[in-house]
Design a protein around this ligand. Structure first.
Ligand code: FAD
Length: 509
């Protein structure tokens, strides 16, 4: 055995690096193996919702990521649709991306590309002791009762090593080789477009005018997709999901001709300017799919991110759900590896994350069909949920939540916040900061009643007695025990009781 590590993370893109940051922040120093030679070179994900930004805030990265965002994007831009950039506006989905959600969280929604984000995640993970190894590919994985053994190979030198770990996180993307090897099937709507992303340079500033636009869906007569532009308005990318094919019909298979001439034609069509000078820099092919894995867990191997769920970019959820998978898993792995929780705690990962991921795939699919591809049919389409509820309202049900109400649906309304078991402990503004800033590393008791302090002291739990206006309406008259991931694990509206027993139950001790 060349090396033994506490956790091996396969895949070092958005979700693998996030897993490493959250693990390392919990004192667990993983090895991350990534076959690419460095962080992302394509922008891909850019819209990050409030919950994801809260998670970055909890590990001290929010300000730095906001700065990176400001280098790339006008803040708080619109999400809208046009017939072409120069032509008619069709619909404004959000006038500003934070419209109506400013009071729900101390953190804003923001845009930052994976190019801007991944180096920050990498640096933080490494500073906290993670070992991020680029140009290494995992070529074999085996597991037994005690752990996982992976063979990794350097892509240039061919050098091989074996790495042994009690647990492995497969953050190896939509085509996850590990998921395939485990024979975990996918369910959902399959692949419905062979899409392309065209990265180009062009002076689009005059066409944007004084509009602050973050994502622009395009419904041109001969093409459908979406744009994002650089801050300077001199470059951008166009995703093409559908275009008129050689037979004169709209086709969702764009992989036939991706030559420069064709791509320039697409960009000009979507910009609505047949003369504009366009320089194509790169073309990426990818599948628009909506699928989730049947299981997120196989023995000691966990699927996180696109390996567990793929969805079309409509909505901008894919990366967010992946970061949240990583966060859910990291504290559990840390507690189990430190011996602070029974290994059964890890069994709560799948029942907590899989139903949420499945529903968010359905939400992204519904947006894809309704905004871009009505021909796929509305039958069985899930009713569109509110974005704020998808982002901040998801409820967990598992052995790691003590809950009495079982069938409230997957999403609570964050505009009517209640610190009920399973939801993210809601934001209540404090004199400085937010309740969100009190939680997110260990178990914490939040209460308005000082009598609970002694119960918390006896159980060795950090407690905060809060007098802020509005707190009692949201958190109730008793106490709320918040898990290290900021979700409510248990709540009592009654008199102080034995919190040690509650903790033992939540941690499967
Ligand atoms: C055009 C576009 C726009 C998008 N916009 C948004 C958005 O606005 N918001 C949002 O939240 N999401 C968005 N998404 C989705 C988002 O990009 C993905 O959900 C996210 O990147 C998934 O991250 P991941 O780390 O799970 O997978 P990936 O980014 O696919 O990373 C997997 C990594 O694993 C590595 N790997 C695979 N196998 C091995 C192996 N055997 N050994 C070593 N390494 C391996 C790969 O090299 C890769 O780097 C968008 C996607 C696209 C295509």
């Amino acid at each position: 055995m060349d090396r033994e590590v506490p956790v091996l993370v396969v895949g070092g893109s958005l979700v693998g690096l996030s897993t490493a940051v959250f693990l390392a922040d919990n004192g667990i120093k993983p090895v991350v193996v990534e076959r690419h030679p460095g962080p992302a070179i394509h922008p891909r994900a850019a819209l990050f919702f409030q919950r994801t930004v809260e998670l970055w805030r909890s590990v001290g990265l929010e300000d730095e990521i906001l700065e990176a965002s400001a280098l790339e994007f006008e803040q708080n831009g619109a999400v809208m649709s046009v017939e072409s950039l120069a032509g008619k506006e069709v619909e404004w989905f959000f006038r500003t991306v934070n419209e109506g959600v400013e009071d729900l969280s101390p953190s804003p929604r923001l845009f930052v590309t994976q190019i801007g984000l991944e180096p920050i995640l990498r640096r933080q993970a490494e500073e906290l002791g993670a070992d991020v190894r680029y140009s290494w590919e995992t070529v074999a994985v085996e597991q037994d009762g005690d752990g996982v053994t992976a063979t990794v190979k350097h892509r240039d030198s061919g050098e091989e090593e074996t790495i042994r770990a009690p647990y492995l996180v497969a953050a190896d993307g939509a085509h996850s080789p590990i998921r395939d090897r485990l024979g975990i099937p996918l369910h959902g709507h399959g692949t419905f477009s062979n899409s392309i992303t065209i990265y180009f340079r062009a002076n689009v500033k005059p066409l944007i005018g004084d509009r602050n636009l973050s994502v622009i869906y395009v419904f041109a007569p001969r093409l459908q997709g979406f744009f994002r532009f650089s801050l300077a308005g001199d470059a951008g990318f166009l995703v093409v999901n559908k275009a008129i094919g050689p037979d004169g019909e709209l086709s969702a298979d764009l992989w036939g001709d991706t030559g420069d001439a064709k791509c320039v034609e697409f960009v000009r069509e979507a910009l609505g300017d047949p003369e504009i000078e366009v320089d194509v820099e790169n073309v990426q092919r990818w599948n628009a799919s909506a699928e989730w894995a049947e299981r997120f867990l196989d023995g000691r191997i966990f699927l996180a991110g696109d390996s567990g769920h793929v969805m079309p970019p409509t909505g901008g959820y894919g990366g967010n759900v992946g970061v949240q998978d990583a966060h859910n898993l990291a504290w559990k792995l840390a507690y189990v590896l430190r011996g602070d929780a029974g290994p059964e705690l890890l069994d709560s990962y799948e029942p907590e994350r899989l139903p949420i991921a499945e529903e968010i795939v359905e939400q992204a699919y519904a947006r894809y069909v309704l905004r871009l591809a009505p021909e796929l049919g509305k039958e069985g389409l899930h009713a569109m949920a509110d974005d704020a509820a998808i982002d901040l309202g998801y409820r967990y049900r598992s052995s790691a939540v003590v809950s009495t109400n079982g069938d409230d649906g997957l999403f609570a309304d964050p505009r009517e916040p209640s610190a009920e078991p399973g939801v993210r402990a809601p934001h209540v503004p404090l004199k400085s900061g937010s309740t969100i800033d009190l939680v997110g590393r260990r178990f914490v008791l939040l209460t308005g009643n000082p009598e609970w302090q002694r119960a918390a002291d006896e159980a060795g739990i950090e407690a905060h007695v809060i007098e802020a206006p509005g707190f009692a309406e949201v958190y109730g008259p008793g106490a709320v025990l918040v898990r290290p991931d900021g979700h409510v694990g248990w709540r009592s509206d009654g008199e102080p009781e034995d919190l040690g027993a509650v903790l033992d139950r939540l941690l499967a001790r």
